[in-house]
Design a protein around this ligand. Structure first.
Ligand SMILES: [Zn+2]
Ligand SMILES: [Zn+2]
Length: 380
């Protein structure tokens, strides 16, 4: 069944016809098509998408990685609940929600220990291989992008464990960013590193995740928040998020400068770049007892050689951090509330708002160092 007017219709099976941006094959970009969205079963929830952020990892899937096609991507999603499955109990119709990449079963030992970011059974939030897929296009099952969220669409079907309820006062575009870049950057500082007031923090890489790490450091009360990048245009905006110092590592020696600013090296270094020489510098600028957190992956050979004797005698640690060690249902409403109180800058993360049909152009503009995030907010 096809529609012309942009409204969604229901098929005989009860599935709903909605517009979605479909990636049909490797490197084939994003094309708006009408797809069928299944009715929610179990604890699935259908949401009307109001904002969906463009994230580099979706573009990576669309252009390089091994991926099933066709696929609907989009994993930074905010919207309104329009239907709930018969077993859903955490959200209700009309709730404003943000979806997150963390797929948590809610019942395993890690989930019960508030470590849902390392859930042992993330697959329980998805449909099994022998069940009908959530989305079909021209009778074919459609793969779901990261987290199974498939947010580049008028409506999405998502397990309730991946949804956090936010205040209705929260605007949609910044809300969509809460589920990925915000919890990754700010969560690394507040959860993984547990930065304390008065400590020194270095953030390597002044992109979206880096700016959210800066916000986290400000919320934690860090005394110095030093941002390092190779592009002045990116460094200039860091002060708007709470940086106290910025360093261009092309024109200065970042290790020497950090030691000069802090006196004894940095208590916490967050590597959002993930290139070997950058990670090495991060380790070299650590204070005794300091921690280096690996957040970004800049290439396939990203990594670091650690000299045991050097880190042992200085009691330092190197830690991998995924999704900011976040707990969606606790952290996303907290960041929304801090934003509404004027204590967290999310507005400057949103560089541009586009329509569902402009995702290809949106990714083009993300190549510009000035653009932090592009968000789809027009789904007509
Ligand atoms: Zn993302
Ligand atoms: Zn679990």
């Amino acid at each position: 069944m096809r529609t012309r007017d942009g409204c969604s219709h229901t098929t005989r099976k009860g599935n709903k016809i909605v517009k979605a941006s479909v990636t049909k094959g490797l490197g084939q970009g994003f094309v708006v098509e009408e797809v069928e969205l299944a009715d929610p079963v179990g604890r699935e929830v259908r949401i009307e998408v109001r904002a969906a952020g463009l994230c580099h990892s979706d573009l990576t899937i669309a252009t390089v990685a091994g991926q099933d096609f066709p696929v609907v991507l989009g994993h930074e999603v905010a919207g309104v609940v329009t239907a709930v499955g018969p077993e859903a109990r955490q959200v209700k119709i009309g709730d404003h929600v943000v979806a997150g990449l963390i797929r948590a079963c809610g019942d395993c030992a890690n989930c019960l220990a508030a470590r849902s970011y390392i859930c042992l059974h993330p697959e329980r939030t998805q449909r099994a291989a022998d069940e009908p897929s959530r989305i079909t296009w021209q009778g074919r099952p459609v793969a779901l992008g990261l987290g199974g969220l498939a947010g580049f669409a008028q409506e999405a079907l998502i397990h309730e464990n991946q949804l956090a309820v936010i205040p209705e006062a929260m605007p949609w575009a910044p809300a969509a960013l809460l589920g990925c870049g915000v919890i990754t950057g700010a969560g690394a500082v507040l959860n993984s590193a547990d930065v304390q007031a008065g400590q020194s923090v270095v953030i390597m890489g002044a992109g979206g995740v880096g700016m959210n790490a800066v916000s986290g450091a400000r919320l934690a009360g860090a005394e110095s928040v030093i941002v390092i990048d190779v592009e002045d245009v990116k460094l200039e905006r860091a002060a708007d998020f709470g940086a106290t110092h910025v360093l261009n590592s092309r024109t200065t020696d970042p290790v020497a400068e950090v030691r000069k600013i802090t006196g004894h090296g940095a208590d916490h270094v967050f590597d959002c770049v993930g290139l070997r020489h950058v990670t090495r510098q991060g380790l070299e600028m650590l204070a005794k007892g300091g921690g280096l957190y690996l957040i970004g992956v800049g290439g396939l050979d990203a990594g670091i050689d650690v000299q045991t004797i050097a880190v042992l005698t200085r009691s330092q640690r190197v830690q991998g951090v995924d999704m900011g060690s976040s707990h969606l249902k606790r952290d996303i409403p907290m960041y929304a509330s801090l934003y509404l109180q004027g204590r967290m800058n999310l507005d400057d993360l949103v560089s541009q708002q586009i329509s569902l049909g402009e995702i290809n152009e949106g990714y083009e503009s993300l190549k510009d160092g000035n653009t932090l995030r592009v968000v789809v907010t027009d789904f007509s």
